[in-house]
Design a protein around this ligand. Structure first.
Ligand SMILES: Cc1ncc(COP(=O)(O)O)c(C=O)c1O
Length: 339
């Protein structure tokens, strides 16, 4: 039996639909690595498919829609900001499986009256889109719509914002094992794994994968919006533990496994900053790869800081999980800033 077969066998028992093209590529970045003195790899979740606008939500949606279909649902309800990548990917995935997508989107930026980027695709695919001013208002609207739809004979499946529950997070156990296998050809693990964290499901799944596979990689998560620091980490650890429990494999995590850095999101979620703009230009101009201003640009800027200030020793092997989101390059100027 191969090293991770016991984990994979448990995961194949979960209902799942096929959306992505896996394994996603792992790219070594030769020019940036020699410029910075570390070995940098990019795990291309942005190329997860099946539309040209992939990203980290595809792995979550494989499990979430699998669960929706198993429960005979015909309608999917989910949440996000107006330029939510998760909402757009949910819409495309729903269309592939004949489910009806309903979005409850809160306005974070004020200029979103023109249909651009993710919001353009949501509308092009005919999603039922409801706008609100806050999470609470979206929640209320969704409850009312779900009650009406159920009364009309539909069966609704509700996906939390970002697809972040233990069903969706299981997708990042897959991702973690896939990455470990890609890197283990020469029998060595990465020293660090960097990524952007928002609703927390990606991190919870990665932590579950790390724990189940007894990996020693240090996961460093760059927050993309304001959070109550301790409560946020606790919620993600709890979700990671529930994700592990859902596999039935005994494993545990400690608070020492989670490292969330809140220093790179300012001035706020969906608001650009200079260090993210610099990171986007740097990767585009040295390696020809695009990042986005809301998630990966800020996380990459965080990683650059750790490398340049030698928090990470020279010569380390570093993986950056590219979680997608590049459609935001075509979003409103309030989001793209001075790119
Ligand atoms: C491009 C991108 N990267 C990272 C994240 C963060 O993932 P999570 O919400 O699972 O923390 C998101 C979430 O929307 C995203 O769209």
């Amino acid at each position: 039996m191969k090293k991770f077969d016991h984990i994979k066998n448990r995961l194949t028992a979960f209902p799942k639909v096929k959306l992505g093209a896996y394994p996603t590529p792992l790219h070594y970045l030769p020019r940036l690595s020699s410029q910075l003195g570390v070995e940098i790899y990019l795990k291309r979740e942005d190329l997860s498919g099946f539309s040209p606008f992939g990203g980290n939500k595809i792995r979550k949606l494989e499990y979430l829609l699998g669960d929706a279909l198993k429960n005979n649902c015909d309608t999917v309800i989910t949440f996000g900001a107006t330029q939510s990548n998760h909402a757009m990917q949910t819409v495309t995935a729903c269309r592939k499986y004949g489910l009806s997508p309903h979005l409850f989107l809160r306005r974070v930026i004020k200029e979103d009256t023109e249909l651009r980027a993710n919001l353009l695709i949501d509308n092009l695919m005919g999603a039922d889109v409801h706008y609100s001013a806050s999470r609470e208002e979206s929640q209320k609207q969704a409850e009312q719509s779900a009650a009406r739809l159920e009364q009309e004979g539909h069966r609704c499946y509700i996906i939390p914002g970002g697809g972040s529950n233990e069903i969706g997070a299981a997708g990042f156990i897959d991702a973690f094992i896939e990455l470990t296998e890609q890197l283990s050809a020469d029998n060595s693990e990465p020293d660090y794994l960097f990524h952007a964290t928002g609703s927390g499901g990606t991190l919870a799944g990665l932590l579950a994968g790390k724990s189940l596979s007894a990996s020693s990689v240090k996961i460093i998560s760059i927050a993309v919006g304001e959070k109550d620091t301790n409560a946020y980490a606790e919620t993600i650890l709890d979700l990671a533990r529930r994700t592990i429990a859902s596999t039935g494999i005994p494993a545990d995590l400690s608070a020492g496994d989670i490292h969330i850095d809140h220093n790179f999101y300012r001035p706020g979620y969906e608001m650009p900053n200079d260090s993210a703009t610099e990171a986007i230009h740097l990767l585009a101009r040295t390696e020809g790869i695009l990042l986005d201003p809301v998630y990966t640009g800020k996380a990459f800027a965080g990683m650059l800081h750790y490398i340049r200030s030698r928090i990470i020793p020279q010569g380390s092997r570093v993986v950056f999980l590219h979680t997608g989101g590049t459609l935001a390059l075509f979003a409103e100027k309030a989001i793209t800033g001075d790119l």
